[in-house]
Design a protein around this ligand. Structure first.
Ligand code: NAD
Ligand code: AKB
Length: 318
């Protein structure tokens, strides 16, 4: 295995927290530099503060540390983005340009995730195909569509090896989500374990594509490790895990916590959710680099409840 030196941006976010750990297990602790504008929760000798808007700082680290790969996770997600669209555009686009330019200059491989938020408008909602029409209705989605096309441009014009998946809503116990529309599917498990009624900001029948964190991390590692000739989609690959509604996740939780209660209080995020697909066709990812999810709703629910049970028990015992 080649000695990689990897930088993760947005490493203290929902996905970055778990991905950084997985990369360190794979490539070695000191070979993975975690960066963010937020300080880490625990001491980390391999953490460095980095604003992705600071191109010089990014270039300096790439040169000084001899980077070979960047996992670019710093972004402003859908719900937060709607509250401050210009800021979201600036972070998502300028941040990406700085990463792409650094990759071009230093010949780095890049992972830059996209999202189901690229879809909207006239997109078919069920089994949304890989090459469906992209009519995003949030600034976040617009930035992801533009980002996908810039990534492809950098690949075609400059040979930068940028790879991407359109993550669905990611659900994990290790970290909290950072301001998206799918965040409810993480929050709900915390309320269930704390034996509190969950105030759900989406309506009961809102179906969205989702994925357990383990699957998301495995997909990320698999696409980045695949031989370059297998990566045929240079915008971003559709990626599917499962699809469910708030009512269905509640029913799955009740199989294990029969007393769990939920109240529905839809807010502005309902409209965002309604613009997104209900389910995704990820056959291109399956064919090109062998993608296959492992977790369905019941398997994820069992994992989430048991890990969060342990977490809250440990909090009580501290
Ligand atoms: P998050 O909001 O939890 O984390 C993003 C991190 O970026 C935060 O720690 C934040 O401090 C950091 N950040 C913000 N501005 C920054 C800046 N200027 N410089 C450096 N760091 C900055 O997001 P996440 O859920 O971990 O998402 C990671 C990536 O995956 C994003 O590109 C997101 O669009 C994509 N994605 C996530 C999901 C999901 O459900 N979590 C779904 C689809 C796509
Ligand atoms: C969000 O809800 O904004 C994210 C996403 C699906 O991109 N979780």
């Amino acid at each position: 295995m080649k000695n990689e030196t990897i930088l993760v941006t947005g490493a203290n976010g929902q996905i970055g927290t778990v991905l950084t750990q997985a990369l360190r297990e794979h490539y070695g602790e000191s070979r993975v530099i975690a960066t963010d504008i937020r300080a880490p929760q625990h001491d980390d000798p391999n953490f460095q503060t980095l604003d992705v808007l600071d191109q010089k700082a990014l270039m300096d680290i790439a040169k000084k540390r001899g980077l070979t790969q960047i996992y670019h996770l710093a972004a402003i997600l859908s719900a937060k983005g709607e509250q401050n669209p210009k800021w979201a555009w600036e972070v998502n686009m300028s941040g990406l340009f700085n990463v792409l330019e650094t990759a071009r200059e230093h010949k780095l491989r890049v992972f830059s995730p996209s999202s189901i938020a690229v879809y909207g408008g006239q997109t078919p909602k069920v089994n949304t195909p890989q090459h469906a029409v992209l009519q995003p209705e949030t600034v976040y989605g617009i930035s992801k569509v533009a980002g996908e096309h810039w990534s492809k441009y950098y690949f075609q014009k400059y040979g930068v090896d940028v790879r991407s998946v359109r993550y669905p809503g990611i659900v994990g116990y290790q970290s909290l989500p950072g301001g998206g529309t799918t965040d409810y599917a993480v929050d709900i498990y915390h309320y269930a374990v704390k034996e509190e009624a969950y105030p759900c900001f989406l309506a009961p029948d809102t179906r969205l594509p989702m994925m357990y964190m383990d699957d998301a991390i495995r997909a990320t590692l698999e696409i980045m490790q695949a031989p370059a000739e297998q990566i045929k989609v240079r915008t971003s690959y559709n990626l599917a895990g499962m699809s469910f509604t708030p009512a269905e996740i509640t029913a799955a939780i009740r199989k294990q916590r029969p007393g769990f209660d939920i109240d529905y209080e839809p807010d502005f995020r309902q409209q965002i959710a309604e613009s997104w697909p209900e389910s995704i066709d990820d056959s291109a990812a399956r064919t090109d680099w062998g993608w296959k999810p492992a977790f369905d709703l019941d398997a994820m629910t069992e994992q989430m409840l048991s890990h969060l049970e342990t977490y809250y028990q440990e909090q009580v015992n501290v």
